[in-house]
Design a protein around this ligand. Sequence first.
Ligand SMILES: [Zn+2]
Length: 346
Amino acid sequence: MNAAEMHPRNDDELGRAARRSLNGAHAGEVGIVLPPFIDHHVHVQLTSPDRAVAGGIAGVVDLGANPSAVAARAARDGLPVVRYAGAFLTAIGGYPSDRAWRPDGSVREVPQLPAAGESRDRREAAREHSALPGPVEAAVDEQRAFGASVVKVVLNADAGPVFDRVTLDAVVTAAHARGLPVAVHAEGAGTAGLAIDAGADALVHAPWTERLDDALVERAVAAGQAWISTLAIHARDFGEGSPELAFAIDNLARFRAAGGRVLYGTDLGNGELPVGVNTNELELLVRAGLEASDLIEALTDPWPLAARDGWGHGGVATFVPGEPPDSLPTWLANARVVPADDLELL
Ligand SMILES: [Zn+2]
């Protein structure tokens, strides 16, 4: 395969042949230059992402942290560039408010809003206070004040209460009104459907606790929802032959086949994982039907930002030595973050 064949969908800069400069390390080495790679699901308070840079990762998206701590980490110079959600928004008593691993201040519990059918007293009480920001708006505003690029919501029906549809709708409305997408952790029966039907912009894990029917998958695609892969954690936690891994791969395969937007993400910080481009994650994406160009797009998609420019990567690029072989995962594991100025396009 040559560089042009790597990106059949359009004609941008993905996959150009390049040579490293004669001055630095690996002088004159020839390979392929690609945009910076992003791990779209990490937790910087649980595992430092710094070592991932040597493994080819130039940017990370933190999806659950103490907002003050992650903002301070993101303000540091250097790589990887960190974008973030701030706190986990969840129902009162919802996951992960009871988990030992959660960093202090990383969980923001939000009360359910009164439903339209509830007693007149509660509705009147809510209306009286409508001049003030409600609890949902306040929670979203807190994350935005700390510089969040996305709002993270947890719907884990297997481990506590989750937002009802009215409250989730209010979170999505409040986030969108502030220009922020909403990314949902959906775990347990019906939660992925709840997130899709409420207009969530992303699922932070390809759904792994149940099979989504084709119509639901197609609604997710039609709405432009993005799914972050995190397949390797299921292979690790449940095993290669597990129903969880099979559900995740099958759901993701049908989502991709229908045109869905797939993002590379590992959940770095969730237990032991390789740091840097994760070959196992890429191999599982291939099993879900992603082709070479799909893998590159999943690694280089600027989500949750609208464009790569917004990342402020400071003139770095990805360089992978050699010609791309038929199977990309092992080759991509050799990816390096290099100054774009050190590369001469061929
Ligand atoms: Zn996570």
